[in-house]
Design a protein around this ligand. Structure first.
Ligand code: AMP
Length: 476
């Protein structure tokens, strides 16, 4: 990955302002790192001076180098002992971190970096440990396993890194972490660096226990207006469809396109969302033209919150003002992913992309990262507090702002949008602001009306006339 991390690295201070040896600076230059990212500029001077740190930073911010350079600076490759341990929540992240540390360690001779994660066979890990490693990166369960077997010994440890601490706690690693820290030298003899995207109470408690007079490094996030922000959530297969409802009720986007890999998944998702009171519709190849038009009209006029589709069904779809894209399944083809993502955040508008990935899909996420040239940003599913509004009150499920009324009569009856608008405002007395898009088709006219004006509009149109004629109107 040759990524340029978020946060304008071209404008930060130069790495050469840091107390790093010339060969390290030369290696950074070879890697194309000239200017520090904001998190690096804030944390490297303190961490290189030996301070413990609590740093709030996300993947993609350049956080790996922010802890890797200090741990490498303290490392003596001639001493055969594990001198640095990095704990990560997932294998995927552990592998990324190892890779980055190896690249940054190229300036030194023979720094051995070992990844120890669950899911991989034990025997090669034991062999590598027997061979000696300077830096170990891994997930808490497997690290603890090795400590129990005494294949891993941390007596010579100088640096302990807790990476994505919030996610590790969300994943239930608190006890494992406690057991691991007990096997490390005391805080007076080690440097501890804690990185976390969020800073809830349990992370603060972790920091209070394991860090010594830590410095806090917090960065306020910048929002680029036209930036598409992607969030990844790890889900179990059983919680995937439910997670879509959580996302919608938490972020409350007005229009969302949800991509599934199969038609069956589309059908299941629509059923789950509808059961929660969310207006969701499926777009699929088996729809008659008239049905397809109705679905698209309702989505475009804001009376349907979520359009659920496979990539094939969504082909050729042109929708403006799409606040969010949800990748309910991760596509095996990274180009398809780019295509899905490009549906939102058009023309300088901001867009959000939410990705739900199971452990089985991590390889696909890796390929997407590679293609996009940036690391995916992960969030815990637990951050989605669907039922509670910011003021603590219970929240209604997400509802679209508009309702669609279908007038049986269209171009063939010589109905024009102006006739419908006239009937609604002049005859029925609705405020023009309460009326949305009016679509006149050959035999039908669709008019979007604000939810709280819908009943009045429906009664009025059925009782009155459009273009001098009585019409039949129904609510879709
Ligand atoms: P991270 O947040 O650690 O996952 O880093 C995101 C990506 O940015 C990685 O691919 C790093 O190799 C790259 N990177 C980190 N720091 C810099 C920098 N100062 N300049 C350019 N690229 C960087």
């Amino acid at each position: 990955m040759t990524a340029s991390p978020a946060g304008a690295p071209s404008s930060g201070p130069a790495f050469s302002t840091l107390p790093l040896p010339p060969q390290v600076l030369a290696n950074l230059q070879r890697l194309g790192y000239e200017h520090m990212t904001p998190i690096q500029a804030a944390s490297l001077p303190l961490a290189l001076a030996g301070r413990d740190l609590i740093a709030q930073a996300k993947t993609g911010s350049g956080k790996t180098a922010a802890f890797a350079l200090p741990l490498l600076a303290r490392l003596d490759a001639r001493r055969f002992a594990v001198q640095a341990l990095v704990l990560c929540p997932t294998r995927e992240l552990a592998e990324q971190v190892s890779q980055e540390i190896r690249r940054l360690a190229r300036a030194e001779d023979n720094v051995k970096v070992l990844t120890l994660c669950g899911g991989a066979t034990m025997r090669p890990q034991l062999a590598s440990l027997a061979h000696g490693a300077h830096v170990v990166v891994g997930t808490p369960g497997r690290i603890l396993d090795h400590l129990g077997r005494e294949s891993l010994v941390l007596d010579g440890l100088q640096t302990l890194v807790l990476d994505e601490a919030d996610r590790m706690l969300d994943m239930g690693f608190a006890e494992d972490i406690a057991a691991i820290v007990q096997r490390c030298p005391p805080t007076s003899k080690r440097q501890t660096l804690l990185f976390s995207a969020t800073y809830p109470d349990d992370v603060a408690a972790l920091a209070a226990r394991y860090l010594r007079e830590p410095q806090e490094v917090k960065l306020t996030e910048r929002h680029a207006a036209s930036q598409i922000r992607q969030r990844f959530y790890e889900v179990a297969e059983s919680e995937r469809l439910h997670a879509v409802g959580l996302l919608l009720n938490h972020f409350r986007p007005e229009s969302t396109l949800a991509f599934c890999n199969t038609k069956q998944q589309c059908r299941d998702l629509v059923a789950v969302l509808q059961a929660q009171g969310i207006v969701a519709m499926e777009l699929h190849g088996d729809l008659e033209q008239r049905e397809r038009d109705q679905v698209l009209v309702q989505f475009a006029n804001r009376s349907c919150s979520v359009l659920v589709a496979t990539d094939v069904a969504a082909r050729g779809l042109d929708i403006t003002r799409l606040e969010a894209v949800i990748n309910v399944d991760i596509t095996p083809d990274p180009e398809v992913h780019t295509h899905r993502v490009g549906r939102t955040g058009r023309a300088g508008e901001s867009g959000q992309v939410f990705n739900l990935a199971s452990l089985d899909e991590m390889g696909r996420v890796g390929r997407i990262d590679e293609m996009q040239g940036s690391a995916s940003v992960w969030h815990p599913l637990a951050e989605l507090q669907a039922a509670i509004a910011p003021d603590g009150a219970a929240r209604e499920p997400l509802r679209p702002p508009m309702v669609t009324l279908q007038i049986l009569g269209g171009r063939k009856e010589k109905i024009r949008a102006g006739d419908v608008l006239g009937a609604l405002t002049k005859d029925i007395g609705l405020d023009a602001a309460a009326i949305g898009k009016i679509d006149v088709n050959d035999f039908s006219t669709y008019v979007a009306v604000q939810r709280d004006s819908a009943d009045k509009a429906l009664r009025g149109l059925n009782a009155g006339k459009v273009k001098g004629r009585s019409v039949k109107v129904r609510r879709l």
